[in-house]
Design a protein around this ligand. Structure first.
Ligand SMILES: *Cc1c(COP(=O)(O)O)cnc(C)c1O
Length: 765
């Protein structure tokens, strides 16, 4: 579509006809496909809902369209499975407590190469395509970056035609919905399954039992001494499969989510005793396991329900793997040749001892054989250096909830200690720090590092920090285990789906190969100074800013000025991510505007924030309040309101990110260096042509290396400086406060107060 004028581009986006077929021959094929798709949708509406194209409700139309897409993916899945089984291909199992999938419909259309056809069909029917998109509930089964990485990996692995199954929990309530009421965050439950998720298939016949509590006993049998787990509570794990198709892929990925249920015939004993209440309590306990996602992205509190969730995921998945492997290959000893397991942070770590348990107790292998198998199958990715995320489980809780797994972890610990004692015969402190069970705690991070083949850091800097700080002693012992594969994002969702106009512009210049392989984007380099390209890019950015403004207007009733610079910080709210630093910057500007009649900015700026705070994270929530108070403050002053605006966008999730990121001019990546393991938001913004303002942290360092200092704005202390300040123990924030007038001025009107006051009081509002 070269030679399209900018104004035409703008018009065609609005009418949703951007992807019209461009050549005649292709045109005939496309026409055929379009009429076929239309027939399929019509058929679905008739057969499933007794409706026609004219009288279907929004919901029915969405379901029918989604079903037509699902059929294609499932058919491909059947073929892929046959091939895989015939050839005995090795499979990746990706275990993660979180999958932040977002909406699937448009992404699936793009990856099947059918987006323009579907757009054309909807145009023919006279049904607005955007309404179709908006109809879909998003699967928000994750907190932030860690869960989104899992989702992006499924897309990428399928695009590479590599067989992968993601295993997770089918939380009935995903990440809470955030509403801002009087400037403050309130949480509303996310009842995402209410509409009956169209993408998932319940596979009740494949349900498994997971056992909790009870006691273990040693029993002599014909095979010698065996361990028997008695008086346990049974929870059923029912799998729900969601197909995920990569770009032009023949091998769809599967996301298998486990739902916890009470066994159908549960505890007849107490029922017979007439203990109806106890029976119902058990039912509720069982079902609470997959009830809700914990809304904290970097914190493991020693909560019982969380441990239950993690073991539930681990055990259901390991049993499922062993069962499938035996069905295909007969012998558990070949497991490491056919299956590799990646654990996404330590949440699924109990898969390690649970696979040991299955191999020993159920498959009658000896310890050494079982350990040999397990130690060749697992790899672990670490996502955070925040200490609280490393926190361990209270030993007594662990032991009473999971007695058999506890015994296995103890044995792994015992044998690992023997090795530690050989390596460090005189260093009791070190061995205690490195062991898996110590000081009445079970530390799953140490378990992962001790057993897994590879320990991955999610950026080069983070990988270095793991080796030199977090797991320093382990690195000395196992230098070969440590790697650093920097996180990534899928350009299918974050460019092709989120920013169709920019995608089209790039296609016009370098073809569409980059949609499969993002290294192809290098071929844009010759256009770095092309006036036409830059003008078209500017037009597209402007369209995206208008699109975001309309979206925000509709959802929150806030009017954004699309002519101003959009300076965006969108990510979970956390002190280390330093939204507060951005607020101080805004207050600094406010002081200058109100104190100096001649102070001007080159262009008006709108500061956009989007962030959820963990509901129990008081300080994070008060920063959200502060942002909203500052928004009112700058709005209320005649000098500032035409130059700076502040808007807090409600309920940051994948769908909002898809609108927000393509509209950003400036990407705020300003975490305290050494704290953000990688960041992936930084990559999404850069891919959409926003300029990064950031610190030398996480993957920003690598972005800096690739784009050069002229194309990124870096400030602040590096990870090493901050490390030094920390170890020298010289950091005193008050010194900076006393020395620097701007910081003092940004403080607010009140004198420093002891304790916390509501921000509105501090700011005199
Ligand atoms: C990418 C993404 C994140 C991660 O953002 P960071 O800036 O890397 O913390 C969090 N939430 C959503 C919805 C995302 O899409």
């Amino acid at each position: 579509m070269t030679g399209v004028s900018s104004s035409h581009k703008e018009a065609s986006i609005k009418t949703g006809e951007f992807f019209v077929p461009d050549s005649k021959d292709k045109g005939v094929q496309v026409k055929n496909r379009i009429s076929k798709i239309k027939n399929v949708i019509e058929g679905k509406l008739k057969r499933y809902y007794g409706r026609s194209l004219d009288n279907a409700s929004k919901e029915e139309m969405f379901q029918a369209v989604a079903m037509s897409i699902r059929d294609i993916i499932l058919e491909r899945g059947v073929k892929a499975n046959e091939t895989m089984e015939k050839r005995g291909l090795k499979k990746l199992c990706y275990l993660s407590a979180e999958f932040l999938m977002g909406r699937a419909l448009v992404n699936n259309m793009i990856n099947l190469g059918l987006l323009k056809e579907y757009r054309a069909v909807m145009a023919e029917i006279g049904y607005p395509f955007e309404e179709l998109e908006e109809q879909e509930n998003e699967a928000a089964l994750g907190n932030g970056g860690l869960g989104r990485l899992a989702a992006c990996f499924l897309d990428s692995l399928s695009t590479l035609n590599l067989p992968v199954t993601g295993y997770g929990i089918r939380y009935e309530y995903g990440m809470f919905c955030q509403r801002i009421v009087e400037g403050q965050q309130t949480e509303v439950p996310d009842d995402w399954t209410a509409q009956g998720d169209i993408w998932e298939i319940e596979r009740r016949a494949e349900q498994l039992e997971v056992h909790f509590d009870g006691t273990v006993e040693e029993v002599w049998t014909d095979h010698g001494l065996t361990i028997v787990h008695k008086n346990y509570q049974t929870v059923m794990a029912v799998p729900y499969d969601m197909p995920v198709i990569g770009y032009d892929s023949h091998v769809p990925a599967t996301l298998r989510l486990w739902r916890a249920e009470c066994p159908a015939v549960f505890d007849l004993h107490s029922f017979n005793k007439g203990d109806f209440v106890c029976m119902l309590q058990q039912k509720e306990l069982a079902e609470s396991i997959s009830k809700v996602l914990y809304p904290k992205d970097d914190h493991i509190i020693g909560r019982m329900l969380r441990l239950r969730q993690y073991y539930f995921l681990a055990s259901a998945t390991m049993q499922c793997l062993v069962r499938e492997h035996k069905k295909l290959y007969g012998d558990v000893r070949t497991l490491p040749e056919k299956v590799v397991i990646q654990i996404n942070d330590i949440h699924p770590a109990l898969a390690i001892p649970d696979l040991m348990r299955i191999l020993i107790d159920e498959e009658s292998l000896g310890w050494d054989d079982a350990y040999d198998i397990v130690s060749r199958m697992f790899n672990y990715t670490n996502h955070t250096v925040m200490q609280e995320a490393m926190a361990a489980w209270p030993e007594q809780l662990f032991k009473s909830m999971l007695p058999r797994v506890y015994a296995i972890v103890s044995e792994i610990d015992e044998r690992f200690r023997q090795r530690l004692l050989k390596a460090y015969p005189d260093d009791r402190d070190k061995t205690a720090q490195m062991s898996i069970i110590a000081y009445d705690e079970v530390r799953t991070a140490n378990l992962c590092v001790a057993v897994c083949r590879k320990v991955n850091g999610v950026s080069q800097l983070h990988g270095r920090i793991l080796k030199t700080r977090t797991f320093r002693d382990f690195y000395v012992m196992f230098p070969g285990k440590f790697t650093a594969i920097t996180n990534g994002i899928t350009q299918r969702r974050w460019l092709a789906a989120a920013n169709p106009a920019l995608c089209e512009l790039i296609c016009d210049h370098i073809g569409d190969k980059f949609i499969r392989d993002c290294r192809e984007l290098e071929r844009l380099k010759p256009f770095v100074d092309s006036r036409r390209f830059l003008d078209d890019f500017a037009v597209i950015k402007q369209i995206n800013k208008k699109r975001l403004s309309e979206y925000v207007q509709k959802r929150q009733g806030i009017a954004l000025d699309a002519a101003s610079v959009f300076d965006v910080q969108a990510k979970r709210l956390h002190e280390y991510k330093r939204q507060l630093l951005k607020v101080l910057h805004i207050l600094y500007l406010y002081r200058h505007f109100t104190g100096n009649d001649h102070y001007v900015l080159p262009r008006p700026v709108t500061f956009l924030f989007a962030a959820k705070a963990s509901p129990a994270y008081w300080r994070a929530k008060s920063i959200i309040h502060l942002i909203n108070v500052v928004s009112t403050l700058v709005e209320s002053h005649p000098r500032t309101k035409d130059n700076i605006r502040v808007a807090f966008l409600e309920n940051y999730n994948v769908s909002l990110a898809e609108h927000l990121i393509p509209a950003a001019d400036i990407s705020e990546q300003i975490s305290t260096a050494g704290c953000e393991a990688s960041g992936t938001g930084n990559m999404k913004f850069m891919l959409n042509g926003a300029v990064t303002l950031g610190t030398m942290d996480g993957a920003n360092v690598e972005i800096f290396d690739r784009v050069g200092e002229d194309n990124i704005f870096i400030f602040g202390a590096g990870a090493k400086d901050i490390d030094r300040i920390g170890t020298e123990n010289t950091y005193n924030p008050k010194d900076y406060f006393d020395r620097n007038e701007d910081i003092r001025e940004a403080r607010g009107r009140q004198r420093p107060v002891s304790g916390y006051l509501p921000v509105s009081v501090v700011w005199g509002l």
